[in-house]
Ligand binder design. Sequence first.
Ligand code: MG
Length: 245
Amino acid sequence: MYKVLVALLLTGIICSVANAQITDPKATEVWSPKAKVVTPGSGTKAPSDAIVLFNGTNLSEFVSLADSSAAVWTINRDSSMTVAAGKGNIRTRRSFGDCQLHVEFRAPVVVKGEGQGRGNSGIFLQQRYEVQVLDCYQNTTYSNGQTASIYKQSIPLANACKKPGEWQTYDIIYTAPRFNKDSVLVATGHVTVLHNGVLVQNHTEIKGTTEYIGLPKNIAHGKAPIELQDHGDLVSYRNIWIREL
Ligand code: MG
């Protein structure tokens, strides 16, 4: 304890002395490297360095989860797509690690079902970690399974749901878990989510896979696709883009 106190005191003195010697403001300026230039998006336009995964034209960036054939969810006239109930989940062709992901979604206008049965879909980061998509506007379910939960792991900080039929946004910042060469988890993943601009997951630690039954699992993996869930409800998506970090 005594040694720790002495060490802290000495560190403080050294820092103070070093700081007192700096008199030129330029001494603490850092000019390199420079941040890359990115033209921000606006409205439905993605930032200049983003990969557009869906802009309403086609589903060429997605395939069916079941057999990797062409994705067959419904493309609508308003540049959105809708879950084709029973056709199964779809996933991106490309694989991703750390990323910033923008997704817009809309719960069905015709309100049907309750709890988990209303406007259920989901966004699986690396096909393993689900950011829940659900219609929780005046609809109650278990808190760690509601809209913007990390499914069965983390309750969102707020319920920022809009009414069914209104477009909503998720802005997700994701840091993937790290595994060593022996497939041991050495750094947990984290996720930050803004739902309609409201912070709902703040650097939330990912405990492992988001299981419907049972506890999270941590099995080593590398980059993996983004997957969208067919839960049988006619949830729509539009304007999906991703920035690799
Ligand atoms: Mg779901």
